[in-house]
Design a protein around this ligand. Structure first.
Ligand SMILES: *[C@@H]1O[C@H](CO)[C@@H](O)[C@H](O)[C@H]1NC(C)=O
Ligand SMILES: *[C@@H]1O[C@H](CO)[C@@H](O)[C@H](O)[C@H]1NC(C)=O
Ligand SMILES: *[C@@H]1O[C@H](CO)[C@@H](O)[C@H](O)[C@H]1NC(C)=O
Ligand SMILES: *[C@@H]1O[C@H](CO)[C@@H](O)[C@H](O)[C@H]1NC(C)=O
Length: 601
């Protein structure tokens, strides 16, 4: 349900640096590098701690079980109830986070080579051109511990080292998801095994150490902390060289909590929402063919769920530790703490086994909370934000110039900014995925580990008067859900015999689909500003900024005649351009639309 932003009384409202700052000095005059010392003004620039969990859900209520996150972050900050990842898979999502680009603009689209993983991040040239480097250029010291990317392994961590970090301590494959036998690798040192210790407990120690180091440096700092929880436990020797197609070596198991948390929440179960293991199949493509889960399977999945909640207790302790340490250093009030995850998770919804990689709300609408100077406390906002927005947000906090190739928009961090955004921020989210989908629990009879052809483009469009999910799969299956009346995404409006007589938003369904098709057509290959202002590409006169405006009958002829359908030629495992039908090309296309536009107007 929609929750209004709870505004603070004006008296307690302070403008944050992020919204009114001019760069302290022309950034290109700053020396570059971790040894940089800026004397006075930098000391007052805010610090940033970014906590990035792995596969944490919003929709199965995981945050309700995190008491310290509630106390330190939700009560002291703003929760973004409509925050979305743009690809529901670890590595593409993390590369989007640290580059500010959607996956179709990074072409890091999977977890392992050739389509993803650390080697693909390197070969795409991002190791010289991503967030920590830009933050260092702005005079920040940068620290990171935990999982950076998939296929960042004990074999390739030093060829070359991930660039841009003042100090780092990375979790490495193939030990990333092995809770009780993790391997971390600090700065230029060789990897060290922590066999017998809990990965998140080790990470907490490292994060606090890096925090002390950061404070000692005297510079403003960014600290990324990326625990493995609540990801499934995986022992996967075959992952070392990023060979995901051979799954024989991969052993999936339930997440593993610390001993002291292992008996908690004995009665917790996956919420039994309408879409939980339903009697009728739902979704499209391979999802529609899934069998109903057996009782034994459901019980195992409830256990899997409890193990996630228990493993998250270590993350909750980590957050408590970080906040207390900031307080001890006297810098809590000058530090932004951002809490989010790479992608969401489903267990049992639409009959799906524990996993991600789909575009249902469970997988894409994820926890995101920010506390910090000027950020409204105990507030919930429903403005639409995505993972493409963090790179610009963090550079803005740092007072650094934004880059003109960012696909997202800085997230407002003040009452005033948030209020403005409710009127002017875009209402859409683009979601994309390529390749397989994987099950992460025990395989019950009749189930398979991998599903192929999980390549799709999806769109969420959300305002106070509508809430839609539209999707086109690589086999050209189509889905459309009206989440206002169908929050569980159980009734595909395009899966009916008689779609012609159906009305949506007061007009024939077909007319809504025509707009959504054109919008998704622009977004699937958008770059930079077009990704946040896609309607401008269709209506260059600037008269249309929302679906509602595009639905005006004035444009019926335009959309009927000029509509661009999304068509896939075939399913591919990665972003193979010629498999994805015609592409929107900004300059050229704009000219064409312009001419048509005048004709129709
Ligand atoms: C834990 O990982 C190390 C390598 O870092 C390996 O030598 C050891 O056998 C593993 N422990 C178990 C129980 O397999
Ligand atoms: C990946 O697995 C396949 C099938 O087992 C094997 O033929 C291939 O050599 C493996 N590649 C790497 C890089 O390990
Ligand atoms: C995946 O899609 C391709 C066409 O792109 C098709 O040939 C193949 O049969 C599909 N595989 C499955 C498992 O549906
Ligand atoms: C993305 O990367 C894959 C794997 O290297 C490559 O085959 C493909 O052509 C690339 N796609 C684009 C659009 O550059």
């Amino acid at each position: 349900m929609m929750v209004a932003l709870k505004l603070l009384p004006l008296a307690t409202f302070t403008l944050s640096l992020a919204d009114n700052i001019a760069p302290l000095e022309p950034v290109n005059q700053l020396p570059i590098g971790p040894q940089l010392q800026i004397s006075h003004p930098a000391a007052t620039r805010p610090n940033i701690i970014f906590v990035l969990t792995d596969d944490q859900d919003l929709h199965m209520q995981s945050l309700n079980y995190m008491h310290h996150v509630q106390r330190h972050l939700i009560d002291q900050g703003t929760s973004f109830s409509r925050h979305f990842c743009t690809t529901a898979l670890c590595c593409p999502s993390r590369v989007t986070l640290w580059t500010g680009k959607a996956a179709h603009n990074t072409n890091v689209t999977n977890v392992n080579p050739p389509y993803g993983g650390y080697p693909k991040f390197l070969s795409q040239g991002f190791n010289n051109n991503y967030l920590p480097i830009w933050l260092q250029e702005a005079g920040y010291n940068t620290y990171y511990t935990g999982k950076l990317f998939n296929a960042h392994s004990v074999n390739n961590y030093n060829s070359p080292h991930a660039a841009g970090w003042t100090s780092s301590d990375f979790l490495l494959d193939p030990f990333t998801y092995w809770y009780m036998n993790s391997t971390y690798q600090r700065n230029r040192d060789p990897p060290v095994s922590y066999e017998g210790r809990h990965s998140v407990e080790v990470l907490t120690e490292k994060a606090l150490g890096l925090l002390d180091e950061a404070v000692e440096s005297g510079n403003p700092f960014f600290l990324g902390v990326a625990p493995v929880a609540p990801h499934a436990n995986i022992w996967a020797p075959g992952f070392v060289d990023g060979n995901h197609t051979d799954i024989r070596d991969v052993i999936f198991g339930v997440p593993v909590p610390e001993e002291k948390h292992s008996k908690l929440f004995n009665d917790a179960k996956v919420p039994r929402t309408e879409n939980f293991n339903p009697n009728q199949p739902s979704g499209a493509s391979w999802i529609r063919k899934l069998p109903k889960q057996s009782q034994e399977n459901v019980e195992y999945n409830d256990h899997f769920y409890r193990q996630r909640l228990r493993a998250l207790q270590s993350v909750d302790d980590l957050v408590d530790g970080l906040v207390k340490r900031l307080e001890r250093h006297g810098i809590l009030e000058n530090t932004y703490i951002i809490y989010t995850t790479d992608n969401g998770y489903h267990i049992g919804q639409h009959r799906l086994q524990p996993a991600k990689q789909c575009s249902f709300e469970e997988d894409i609408n994820i926890p995101m909370i920010i506390r910090g100077p000027g950020v409204p406390k105990n507030a919930v906002t429903d403005i639409v934000t995505t993972h493409t927005d963090f790179a610009p947000t963090l550079l803005k906090i740092a007072g650094a110039p934004l880059r003109d190739d960012f696909d997202g928009l800085a997230i407002p961090l003040t009452s005033y900014g948030l209020e403005q955004a409710t009127k002017s921020r875009h209402e859409h989210v683009t979601v994309e995925h390529w390749g397989f989908a994987s099950n992460e629990g025990t395989l019950f009879e009749g189930w398979q580990r991998l599903y192929w052809n999980n390549t799709y483009k999806a769109l969420r469009v959300i305002s106070s008067s509508y809430d839609l999910h539209y999707q086109v799969w690589c086999n050209n299956d189509h889905e459309l859900y009206d989440l206002k009346t169908d929050p569980g995404q159980m009734r595909n409006l395009l899966d009916q015999e008689e779609t012609t007589s159906t009305k949506l938003l007061g007009v024939p369904l077909e007319r809504v689909v025509a707009r959504l098709d054109s919008l998704l057509f622009v977004l699937k290959s958008c770059k930079a500003g077009t990704c946040t202002r896609p309607w401008e590409a269709l209506h260059p006169a600037g008269s249309v900024e929302t679906l509602k405006e595009a639905l005006s009958p004035r444009f019926d002829v335009f959309y009927a005649e000029k509509r661009q359908n999304i068509v896939f030629d075939r399913c591919e495992m990665g972003f193979i351009l010629d498999a994805e039908g015609p592409q929107f090309v900004d300059k050229h296309e704009r000219a064409v639309v312009d001419i048509n536009w005048h004709h129709f107007e």
